[in-house]
Structure formats: C-alpha cells, structure tokens
Design a protein around this ligand. Structure first.
Ligand code: ZN
Length: 153
C-alpha cells in the first residue's frame, strides 16, 4: 500500500489525542486547535480527508465520521472499524505537528538527544517539519503494545 492509498483525516478541536495517536499509527491527520467548521470542511474537501468530529452537525458532512465515545481506545476502535486502520512504521508521522518522519543516522543527532537514549537505541527518526527527534525507547514500545491490544499492530 502506498501512502496515497491510506486514508487521510482531519480532526475537530475536541479530538487532539485521537489525532496524535493516528499520526503515530502512520496516518496523515490534520489538527489545529482553533480551526472552525468552515475551514475544516474546506480542508477536508481540498485534500480529500475524512472528517473526525464529536459535533453532530459537522458529522452530517458526507465524508465525516461521528466520534461519540470519550475514551481514546474506543475512539481508535471506531475509526478502525470504518477506515481499517493498521500501524505502519513506514508511514509514521510526527505526533506533534503531523510532519513526515525521516530516518536519521545516529551520528547526525548525537548532540540533540539525551545520552541514555543515544546509548540504548540504534534507530532514530527526525520530523521533516518541526525537527523533533524520535527513537524506539520504552515510550515507543508502550505505544506498540497499546496498538496490539486494539488489534492495530
Ligand atoms: Zn513535527
């Protein structure tokens, strides 16, 4: 599956956590805290994104998925039922800004991350948009475990 075939999303202002988790699963998910309904609908149609919303009015849009549950795992399950979510390391995105992550060699980032992380990991990624660095530490493994529980990994 190429990146272009994976569904893309835009999340409304109530769904910040869901947006971050979708990015970590490898889905291009637009989210801005103060995007109004009009801007959200426009972005969805211009960029062919499905709207994720807790707003019943907005959920009437043809490409919207109404997210009723409060609980993050229930939300992920719900999106999974509609969009057939699956984790892909290849497509993983920056949880902070939705930028694309690129693999980066250890020696290029050595001065920018904690020594412990550098010593205990071999693979690192950098966000092409905001420069945040990621590695396969315990946090990452916890996330994978959670995806596995939800049958998404
Ligand atoms: Zn970023």
């Amino acid at each position: 599956m190429t990146e272009g075939e994976r569904p893309r999303f835009v999340a409304d202002s109530m769904l910040g956590s869901l947006a971050r988790w979708l990015r970590m699963l490898g889905y291009d998910t637009a989210y801005e805290k103060d995007m109004d309904d009009g801007a959200l609908i426009r972005l969805a149609s211009e960029e062919n994104r499905r709207i994720l919303t807790r707003d019943k009015g907005l959920a009437k849009e043809s490409n919207a998925i109404y997210i009723e549950p409060d609980d993050l795992e229930a939300q992920l399950k719900l999106v999974g039922e509609v969009g057939e979510l699956s984790f892909s390391e290849e497509f993983i995105r920056c949880s902070t800004c939705n930028g694309e992550l690129k693999s980066v060699p250890k020696d290029e980032i050595g001065d920018r991350i904690p020594e412990g992380a550098l010593a205990n990991n071999d693979r690192f990624w950098i966000c092409s948009a905001c420069g945040k660095i990621y590695w396969q530490g315990s946090h990452w493994l916890g996330i994978r475990e959670r995806f596995r529980k939800l049958n998404l990994a």
